[in-house]
Design a protein around this ligand. Structure first.
Ligand code: ADP
Length: 447
């Protein structure tokens, strides 16, 4: 069974609530009004009997009604009985036939064949021995008329209330949820068509839905960017791999087709070797980046002396010592993964040799500054134009692609450098300009 829509559910709930609330209010109004009517009637009876009692007088021990004594007024009947309970004056009201023993001062409700009556007896004494009973009687007011009136009002008002409540609720909800429908439609059309460039845009229906749509659009924006980057990365990677493979293939085909001299063969083999190296480098960098991205390459951070690490890395790499200038401070300790930080340093020094001034000096410096450990690799030019300095950190970006082709790089080195810095809670900065030296600096928190 399809679940009921939120609109229907909330409307039903509100309607039910209106009905219950209305019925409770009705019940309350009824009980209030009937209790007020009854209280007023009892007060009226008591007042009338007491007023009469004040007007009783005796002449020679005989009862005499003073002026203003009312035997019947506003539904209250007043009767006078002797001490021996014989009726002296007044008339029993029609419909009252019960014989009730006298009881001084208590207002009682008594049942009679004609209905219920309020009854109040008062003893009016004349000396120690003599006196009369005053008995007031009043019919208990019929509250069924009140109930009937209330029910009539309810019969008219309740459907109106329910209808207004339900319709109001339904329309407000329908308007509010229209925005949700827009989000829904966009989500399913994106799901079906895989069109990540679609956006929901402004939606009707209140602040929450506008916020939802904005968040959704933001999510789509990020998804689209990451999908785009993924797609570009795959395309670039396959392109970069295809180039050396086709060079190797055509070199082989040429060697097979033509009878090459030993020297030519050596040259061909050399070219194949260089291209295979380039591929190996590329695959290695790709793997490293993927592992870092996926978190499969686990970081093994240990306290490291950054200067010693740089020195070890440079020794391992067999650089031209005559072109290296070192300024490695002692005791600059960081917490990091030795292999990854070594790779970072080697990448920066490789680049300085590859892209720096031919024959120029490469300076590697380690120092502590402002609570940070710094590793700087600087060359003597020709620098990187300001407009390209942001882009060189992107994957496969090369400032001069044609020049890059001569070298074994493919534009992944600096992406790897930046990723490693980030994984260590650090960052990379670059100071360079066109025609000026470049200085790449790794900033790490001091251990
Ligand atoms: P690659 O694998 O091609 O070396 P990188 O990501 O290491 O790629 O570098 C990206 C680009 O940045 C290089 O192609 C190069 O043009 C430029 N670059 C890197 N280091 C330097 C440098 N020290 N001086 C000038 N340009 C540089």
């Amino acid at each position: 069974m399809k679940p009921r829509s939120i609109k229907t559910r909330i409307t039903l709930w509100i309607t039910l609530l209106v009905v219950v609330l209305f019925s409770l209010m009705l019940l309350f109004a009824f009980s209030m009004s009937s209790s007020v009517v009854q209280r007023t009637a009892r007060q009226q009876l008591a007042d009338a009997v007491r007023a009469n009692a004040a007007l009783v007088s005796f002449a020679d021990g005989q009862f005499a009604a003073g002026e203003g004594f009312a035997f019947s007024r506003s539904g209250v009947s007043c009767l006078v009985y002797s001490k021996a309970e014989a009726l002296l004056a007044g008339q029993l009201p029609v419909g009252f036939s019960a014989s009730v023993p006298f009881e001084n001062g208590t207002l009682r409700t008594v049942e009679s064949s004609g209905g219920d009556w309020y009854l109040l007896d008062l003893w009016v004494a004349d000396g120690w021995e003599n006196g009369v009973w005053l008995r007031g009687l009043m019919e208990v007011p019929d509250v069924s008329a009140t109930a009937r009136n209330l029910l009539l009002a309810a019969a008219v008002a309740l459907p109106l209330f329910v209808l207004a409540g339900a319709l109001g609720c339904y329309f407000i909800l329908r308007r509010s949820l229209r925005g949700l429908d827009a989000v829904n439609a966009a989500a399913s059309s994106i799901g079906e068509g895989k069109d990540l460039s679609r956006r929901i845009g402004p939606v009707p229906g209140g602040r929450e839905l506008t916020q939802l749509a904005e968040n959704f659009d933001g999510l789509l924006e990020r998804l689209q960017r990451s999908f785009e980057a993924e797609r570009r990365f795959t395309a670039d990677a396959s392109h970069e791999l295809r180039t050396p493979v086709s060079i190797i293939k055509s070199a082989c085909e040429y060697a097979e087709a033509f009878d090459e001299t030993d020297e030519e063969r050596r040259e061909t083999l050399g070219m194949i070797h260089r291209q295979a190296d380039k591929m190996a480098g590329l695959i290695g960098q790709l793997l490293a980046l993927t592992r870092l991205d996926q978190g499969t390459e686990t970081l093994r951070p240990v306290p490291l002396d950054l200067g010693q690490l740089a020195r070890r890395t440079l020794e391992d790499q067999n650089y031209d010592a005559a072109r290296l200038r070192l300024a490695l401070a002692e005791g600059v300790t960081v917490k990091g993964d030795e292999a990854l930080l070594g790779r970072l340093a080697a990448n920066l020094v490789d680049n300085a040799f590859k892209y720096g001034l031919p024959g120029g000096t490469v300076t590697v410096e380690v120092r502590a500054e402002n609570g940070e450990a710094l590793l700087t690799v600087a060359d003597e030019g020709p620098g990187i134009p300001a407009g390209q300095q942001e882009k060189i950190w992107q994957r496969f970006y090369q400032v001069d692609a044609a020049r890059g082709d001569q070298q074994e790089g493919v534009g992944l080195g600096l992406s790897l450098v930046q990723r490693i810095a980030q994984l260590h809670g650090g960052r990379m900065t670059l100071k360079s300009a066109e025609g000026a030296p470049s200085a790449f600096t790794l900033h790490l928190p001091l251990a």
